[in-house]
Design a protein around this ligand. Structure first.
Ligand code: ZN
Length: 101
């Protein structure tokens, strides 16, 4: 349980799963999901019983959560930007209409 608590914070993930994150840097693709990608160093280590399946699933779960948090933040920013564009286009349309009459 102590491991999971440590892993709750982002820097803890790197520390607790340092062996797995070190392997992740050796994957063929930098955006490797470590599922069934060819040249995945983590899958190879798993096949060779160098890492534990359960620790790997914990690691992947944490990585997914982190990716999700990052994605929702980026999504929110993109939405704010497009909303700003929408307001501007509505404003300029209204200005054009006023000038036309
Ligand atoms: Zn991989």
């Amino acid at each position: 349980m102590r491991e999971l608590q440590l892993a709750d914070c982002e820097s803890g993930v790197e520390e607790v799963f340092s062996d797995i994150s070190a392997l992740a840097t050796q994957c063929r693709y930098s955006d490797c999901q470590h599922q069934s990608e060819p040249g995945c160093a983590i899958q190879m280590a798993l096949d060779a019983s160098q890492i534990d399946q359960r620790r790997l699933s914990n690691y992947l779960k944490l990585m997914r959560e982190q990716a999700h948090n990052g994605a929702s933040l980026a999504e929110k920013r993109a939405k704010d930007r497009s909303l700003g564009r929408f307001y501007r286009s509505v404003q300029s349309e209204a200005t054009l209409r006023k000038k036309g009459r």
